[in-house]
Design a protein around this ligand. Structure first.
Ligand code: ADP
Length: 231
């Protein structure tokens, strides 16, 4: 059984009138537990489509996607939403925190969606926030946190359900340089410590120092960059 995230020969076409766009063209990628990879590439090259497919938001036209040996290429919409809830942690460009919940509650709400909150969940949520340097901010509301702190809460939230896969979509897009380094190094730290298969789409080449491998998307074709542009 192949552990981690695996895409095999994934192709995605979009039909727009009688025009067909090939957003993903026979994309194959394996990300093992504890591996952190980056996907770079110009606008319109297929990165968002790739994240939608890997994140079980979109069933590709062709190809196979597997998490820890379980294929979800033929999953129903209901099964896909369960996969998103249990197997995948998303980190987006902005933290998207709920304004009226404090940092601890931002994490616990994830558990509430999949059942009830136990005391072990509260301990785990506090531990995650501590690991992300927010141990003294558990009861702070989003407006009381800085941009970098809010994004760190969002990172902790992505790990809350103990998913197999972490997908980050331009996680540093709204942060300054120092906060960008801080946030990306924390993602790398958690990915390694918790053995997640993680993919980060980024435009920021300075963040490539934190990843194990760099892939480039161009016109829907994904290929590994031989020498990462390490800054
Ligand atoms: P990126 O995230 O790298 O900017 P996208 O995955 O958004 O790239 O887009 C890849 C290609 O697919 C582009 O040519 C885009 O115009 C096209 N595309 C994306 N989404 C749709 C859609 N829902 N319908 C039609 N074409 C789309």
């Amino acid at each position: 059984m192949a552990q981690g995230l695996h895409l095999r020969d994934v192709t995605q076409y979009y039909l727009d009138g009688d025009q067909r766009t090939t957003a993903l063209n026979h994309v194959s990628l394996s990300v093992l537990p504890g591996e952190f990879v980056a996907v770079i590439g110009p606008s319109g090259s297929g990165k968002s489509t790739f994240l939608s497919v890997a994140g079980a938001l979109l069933q590709p036209t062709e190809g196979e996607i597997e998490i820890n040996g379980k294929s979800y290429s033929k999953a129903t919409d209901r099964e896909l939403s369960q996969i998103r809830l249990k197997e995948i942690g998303f980190i987006m460009q902005t933290s998207n925190l709920v304004p009226y919940l404090n940092a601890l509650q931002q994490l616990l709400v994830v558990k509430k969606m999949s059942g009830r909150i136990t005391s072990a969940d509260k301990v785990f949520a506090s531990k995650l926030l501590e690991e992300l340097g927010l141990g003294d901010k558990l009861s702070r509301y989003p407006e009381e946190l800085s941009g970098g702190e809010r994004q760190r809460v969002a990172i902790a939230r992505a790990f809350m359900n103990d998913p197999q896969v972490i997908l980050a979509d331009e996680p540093t897009a709204s942060l300054d340089t120092a906060r960008s380094h801080e946030v990306t190094s924390l993602i790398a730290q958690e990915v390694k410590a918790r053995k997640k298969a993680a993919v980060m789409v980024t435009h920021d080449e300075r963040m490539l120092t934190y990843v194990d491998k760099v892939y480039r998307m161009e016109d829907g074709v994904l290929s590994q960059v031989a020498e990462p542009a390490v800054g």
